[in-house]
Design a protein around this ligand. Structure first.
Ligand SMILES: NC(=O)c1ccc[n+]([C@@H]2O[C@H](COP(=O)([O-])OP(=O)(O)OC[C@H]3O[C@@H](n4cnc5c(N)ncnc54)[C@H](O)[C@@H]3O)[C@@H](O)[C@H]2O)c1
Length: 303
């Protein structure tokens, strides 16, 4: 029997590449009104422009009528503060991949959102259990009824990039997540047109525990001069039928995000095999973050 997700209004925090895509599929596929917030006004403007571009492309390809597109667009509302999310039934957090930032954001959710709202994170690698522990009310123990109820509504809902295209959502239960929250989160991902795969709450979950070491090794190959950028990517495109090579994929993910994930794998396992490539660290130091900043392993002039 299918379970109703019960989401009448969704909040999305972070309007970068992932938050924008999540707002888009939620409004278009799940047909849920979305309140979208980002700390950067500039990013919100870019996000709306990108949503317009996605909708126009769908119309021109005959996948949407113009009235379906404008209904979807009308369901997305930009809001200028976290407080505007106070009545949402679910929030999906898609801010940068940083544990302290996410803890701060989730403490903000605890203060502002209603008690029964689902608190989902789109993190690529950070422990959902750690994030869940951050919403336990001050002065209450994790074992208290309030502590268990608060932490029990946190869940990992890991969409893939680009969200409108990628079919998968990885569903991750924290140690504390309640079954009802897990079931409703799955139902919401399905309403967005996604297939769901579950993973335990281990560093990187299934997806990035496997993908990111591969990307990191590819960057180490480049660093050591084993092969050129183009030959590394060509090897995987033409030899393994990957749609793009690992260096181009790293650019698309964002090199800051790749580095954060690899650091989480490294510190979360204490295993030296996960040490991030020095070249990756230097590129992030230089703010060469890949496609989103116009330069990574490749150059992009569509920013
Ligand atoms: N890029 C990918 O391929 C990918 C895939 C799956 C999951 N993720 C995860 O999704 C999350 C976002 O990644 P992204 O690629 O969209 O990053 P991004 O850099 O494109 O966007 C992050 C956004 O968060 C905003 N932000 C930062 N602090 C904020 C705050 N306190 N309040 C509101 N907004 C804030 C930034 O302004 C920025 O717009 C990360 O946790 C990442 O690991 C990324």
């Amino acid at each position: 029997m299918s379970i109703a997700h019960g989401i009448k209004q969704l909040g999305v925090l972070g309007a970068g590449q992932m938050g924008t895509g999540i707002a888009f599929v939620s409004a278009l596929r799940a047909k849920v009104p979305v309140l979208l917030h980002d700390a950067s006004q500039d990013q919100l403007t870019k996000s709306l422009t990108f949503i317009d571009k996605l909708l126009s492309k769908d119309i021109s390809k005959g996948r949407l009528t113009s009235s379906e597109a404008s209904e979807a667009k009308d369901r997305i509302q930009i809001v200028d503060s976290l407080h505007a999310l106070r009545d949402v039934d679910m929030v999906i957090e898609a801010v940068s991949e940083n544990l302290e930032l996410k803890r701060r954001v989730f403490r903000g959710f605890r203060e502002v959102l209603k008690e029964e709202a689902i608190l989902a994170t789109n993190t690529s690698s950070i422990s959902i259990t750690k994030i869940a522990a951050s919403v336990i009310p001050e002065g209450k123990s994790a074992a208290s009824e309030e502590g268990q109820k608060a932490a029990g509504r946190v869940v990992g809902l890991h969409f893939f990039n680009p969200v409108p295209v990628m079919k998968l959502v990885e569903l991750i239960s924290a140690v504390q997540t309640s079954k009802d929250i897990l079931d409703r989160s799955r139902a919401f991902a399905e309403a967005c047109g996604k297939e769901v795969a579950t993973s335990q709450d281990v560093p990187g979950f299934v997806s990035n525990a496997l993908l990111m070491p591969f990307i990191n090794e590819a960057i180490m190959c480049l660093e050591k001069g084993v092969a050129t950028r183009d030959d590394i990517d060509k090897t995987f495109r033409l030899g393994m039928a990957h749609p793009m090579g690992p260096l181009q994929l790293a650019d698309f993910i964002g090199l800051d995000t790749c580095l954060s994930i690899q650091q989480t794998l490294y510190t979360g396992t204490s295993d030296s095999k996960y040490r991030p490539s020095v070249l990756l660290e230097r590129m992030v130091d230089a703010q060469w973050l890949g496609r989103k900043s116009g330069r990574g392993f490749y150059e992009y002039n569509d920013n």
